[in-house]
Ligand binder design. Structure first.
Ligand SMILES: [Mn+2]
Length: 374
C-alpha cells in the first residue's frame, strides 16, 4: 500500500491587485508539509504551476525551494512543469533538487517514467505541452482550428500512451500531469483561452493506472470517469473566480491492481476572497474577516466615495461602481464577438494609421499571446 499527497498550482509569486501573498504562500505550504508529515505519506506529487511566472523573484524561489525541502523531509517529491513555469529553469535546477529528494519533469522525455522500486510505484511525467511544442509550423499554416485541435489532442494522447506503455498491474501506476482533461470545471483565473478546446478525453489514459494527479484547474475536483482522475487545485484562492472553492490537497491510498482511494484534506492558511455588491450603506456591517474584498457599489459617484470605502474596508483590493461599469459595458458591447484582428484594424483606422506591416505583426503577436495564455 502506498500513500501519496497530491498538490498543484502553487503559483508562488502571484499577487492580488499588486499586493504580495508571500506570507500566505509560506503559511499554506507549511500547512501542506505538516499534512504530509502527519499522514506519513510515502510520496508527494506536485502537478505544475509551481511558480506564477517563468522568471520568479528570488523570494518566490526561496519560498518554493524551502517548501520542497520541507516536504522532502517526509517523502520523495516529484514535480512537473506547468504552463506558468519555465521548463528550462526547472531543468537547470533539477540536478540540485535531486540531491534533496526532489525529482523534476521539466520537459516531455522518453525517460519520463520514474520507478520507485522500494514502494513498487511508477510515475509517468507529463509536464505542460504547448501547441507549438508538438505541432509543426507548416501545420499551423495549413490546418484550420478544429484540425489543429484534433492534431494536438491526438499527439498528447500518443505521448501519454507511450509513457504509460510499460506499466503493468503489479505496480502502483500514477500519471502526474499538467494538462486539460475533458469534464473539468474552471475557477476563472486559469487564463481560459481555448482551455476546453484543447482538453484530452479521459480515455487517453491507458488501462493499468491507479491514479491520475493533475494540475491546471484551480478548483479541487474529481473528473467524471470510471477511474480516479483528480485536480488538486491551487492551495490559495488566487482570484475572485475562486471565492467558492474550498482549497485542499489530496491524500491518495493506492495498491497495485485497484483504483486508488482519495480523500481531500482542507487547507486553511490562505485568506479568503470575497465579493460584496450593494450600496455602501447596506454593506457597512458586512462580516468580512481578513478576506481580500472586491466591492461593486450601486451608489452614484460622489467625491470621496472611494476613500470612504477604503476606510470601512481596509482589505478592499478592487472597488468599482456598477453604474459606471454598466456604461462601459454598453460601449464594449459593440466589440463583443468580433475577431481581434478586426478590432485592431478599427483601432488603426481610428488613429488614421495605414501600414500593412502592422497587421502582420499584430497577427504574429496575437498568436504568441494566445499560445502563452492557454
Ligand atoms: Mn495554474
Amino acid at each position: 500500500m502506498v500513500k501519496i499527497l497530491h498538490t498543484a498550482d502553487w503559483h508562488v509569486g502571484r499577487t492580488i491587485r499588486g499586493l504580495s501573498r508571500e506570507d500566505e504562500h509560506r503559511a499554506v505550504l507549511a500547512e501542506i508539509a505538516e499534512i504530509a508529515a502527519q499522514e506519513e505519506v510515502d510520496l508527494v506529487l506536485l502537478a505544475g504551476d509551481v511558480f506564477d511566472a517563468p522568471a520568479p523573484s528570488p523570494i518566490a524561489e526561496e519560498i518554493v525551494y524551502q517548501a520542497l525541502l520541507a516536504l522532502a523531509e517526509t517523502a520523495p517529491v516529484v514535480l512537473v512543469a506547468g504552463n506558468h513555469d519555465s521548463p528550462g529553469r526547472l531543468e537547470a535546477i533539477a540536478p540540485l533538487l535531486r540531491l534533496g529528494r526532489v525529482r523534476v519533469g521539466a520537459k516531455i522525455s522518453s525517460e519520463g517514467i520514474l520507478d520507485f522500486n522500494a514502494m513498487a510505484t511508477r510515475v509517468a511525467l507529463v509536464p505542460f505541452i504547448t501547441k507549438r511544442g508538438i505541432i509543426r509550423a507548416e501545420q499551423i499554416l495549413n490546418l484550420d482550428s478544429s484540425e489543429l485541435r484534433s492534431e494536438y489532442i491526438d499527439r498528447v494522447q500518443k505521448i501519454v500512451r507511450t509513457l504509460c506503455a510499460g506499466m503493468t498491474a503489479d505496480t502502483v501506476n500514477v500519471v502526474l500531469g499538467h494538462l486539460m482533461v475533458k469534464g473539468g470545471v474552471t475557477g476563472g483565473s486559469e487564463r481560459a483561452v481555448h482551455l476546453f478546446d484543447y482538453a484530452i478525453p479521459t480515455n487517453s489514459f491507458p488501462g493499468h493506472f491507479n491514479y491520475v494527479a493533475l494540475g491546471h484547474l484551480h478548483r479541487p475536483q474529481r473528473i467524471p470517469a470510471p477511474q480516479p482522475i483528480w485536480y488538486a487545485g491551487s492551495p490559495l484562492q488566487l482570484d475572485f473566480g475562486e471565492e467558492k472553492d474550498r482549497k485542499a490537497v489530496m491524500i491518495v491510498t493506492a495498491e497495485p491492481g485497484l483504483p486508488a482511494q482519495v480523500e481531500s484534506r482542507a487547507l486553511n492558511a490562505g485568506r479568503k476572497l470575497k465579493t460584496l455588491r450593494g450600496t455602501l450603506e447596506s454593506l457597512r456591517d458586512a462580516d468580512v474577516g481578513e478576506a481580500y474584498l472586491r466591492i461593486e457599489l450601486d451608489d452614484p459617484y460622489r467625491v470621496g466615495l472611494y476613500d470612504e470605502v477604503r476606510e470601512i474596508f481596509p482589505n478592499a483590493v478592487d472597488v468599482k461602481l456598477r453604474t459606471q461599469s454598466a456604461a462601459a459595458g454598453a460601449r464594449a458591447l459593440g466589440r463583443i464577438g468580433r475577431p481581434p484582428q478586426e478590432l485592431f484594424a478599427d483601432y488603426l483606422e481610428g488613429r488614421s494609421i495605414k501600414d500593412e506591416r502592422l497587421n502582420g505583426l499584430f497577427a504574429e503577436l496575437l498568436a504568441e499571446a494566445q499560445e502563452a495564455a492557454s
